[in-house]
Design a protein around this ligand. Structure first.
Ligand SMILES: Nc1ncnc2c1ncn2[C@@H]1O[C@H](COP(=O)(O)OP(=O)(O)O)[C@@H](O)[C@H]1O
Ligand SMILES: [Mg+2]
Length: 332
């Protein structure tokens, strides 16, 4: 085991870095702002996220990881290099070895893009691990047991559904639905119903405040400001939990179908195991009110939300880094 091992969760929405024995030392939005003429980096992480949709001419704030894979190689590489420099500031000086998670089922070309981004950001050597595996380990599931466990990770760009047994993924499905597509759906809904054009930050706040997928919990409401699509002038309106639920349900249904199809493809013996061990929900989408109950209602499986859904994958990488047996298995 190396003292310099780190775990990187390069997510569509957030990047987390775990350092051996120190824990999660970086947790920042996966955003970078660059001056488009000179290509110099103006900000990364939290500082760059506030710039999204607010940049003046000549500045570009982008999210270089979209839908679970690298969409802008140069920006992704610059962003990760900055993050690595930040952790070096925290007293982590030598070139690290890294365990990096990637969505299950991405293509070899997509894997290579992640590898190139990691290699170009100051990492000595790295190994890739499938995200649902890291999420399951982070949620405290015994992935090496001769027993099935199931993880549903609802991230920013994708939702990953996987059944794991004996240290490997048995069945899995990945759909391009998650926090981002919920935001787009809410935005479209508000535009159509209230004639208000709102920005992504305001939409995301609404989602975090009042989003629900259950009928009984849809009475909360929240004010949102933007520009009227009729007059073109600034305006605001009240959005209800019911509105947000109506907006996101078509996306949520795609996730439910993915969960059901994975269960249908899972051998009956493993299904019986999952009935005992529960389906574990991770990722930011796990925090949407009622998501656990809805999946339970639709599948008949017991569902639990992981303790820290947004950090679960990084914590899983950490457990692998800190555990001798797991370390040997995944750093090879
Ligand atoms: N409390 C919350 N309720 C609903 N959605 C949330 C909440 N907190 C975060 N999110 C959403 O979760 C997504 C980020 O989840 P995360 O697991 O970090 O994604 P990724 O792994 O793709 O970076 C974002 O779309 C964010 O809006
Ligand atoms: Mg993730």
């Amino acid at each position: 085991m190396s003292k310099r091992d780190i775990g990187i969760d390069l997510g569509t929405a957030n990047t987390l870095i775990y350092i051996k024995t120190k824990g999660i030392i970086l947790n920042e939005p996966s955003v970078i702002a660059v001056a488009s003429d000179a290509d110099n980096i103006l900000a990364v992480g939290k500082a760059a996220k506030v710039m999204l949709e607010r940049t003046p001419l000549g500045v570009r704030a982008v999210r270089p990881v979209m839908r679970g894979s690298v969409s802008d190689y140069k920006s992704a590489s610059a962003m990760l290099s900055r993050f690595i420099k930040k952790i070096i500031k925290h007293g982590f000086s030598s070139k690290p070895r890294a365990l990096v998670c990637v969505p299950a089922g991405i293509t070899d070309v997509e894997k290579r893009a992640v590898s190139e981004v990691v290699s170009s950001s100051g990492i000595r050597k790295h190994f890739l691990i499938e995200e649902p595996m890291a999420a399951a380990i982070g949620a405290g599931l015994d992935v090496n047991a001769a027993s099935g466990c199931m993880v549903v990770d609802i991230g920013g760009g994708t939702t990953e559904v996987a059944v794991i047994s004996l240290g490997g993924i048995v069945t899995h499905k990945s759909v391009r639905c998650g926090g981002d597509s919920f935001n787009v759906a809410i935005n479209n809904y508000i535009r159509k119903k209230y004639n208000v054009l709102a920005g992504t930050h305001s939409i995301e706040n609404i989602k975090i405040e009042i989003a629900t997928v259950m009928d009984g919990d849809a009475s909360h409401r929240c004010q949102i400001s933007g520009r009227s699509s009729v007059s073109g002038m600034p305006c605001s309106c009240f959005v209800t939990g019911e509105d947000v639920k109506n907006a996101i349900m078509p996306e949520v249904h795609i996730i439910l179908e993915a969960v059901k199809s994975v269960i249908e493809e899972t051998p009956p013996e493993l299904c019986a195991d999952i009935l005992k061990s529960s389906v574990v929900l991770t990722g930011g989408g796990a925090l949407i009110n009622g998501m656990d109950r809805l999946i339970c209602d639709c599948t008949g499986m017991p569902v639990v939300i992981a303790d820290s859904p947004l950090e679960c994958v990084a914590l899983g990488l950490g457990k692998i880094i800190d555990n001798k047996t797991l370390n040997k298995k995944f750093f090879s």
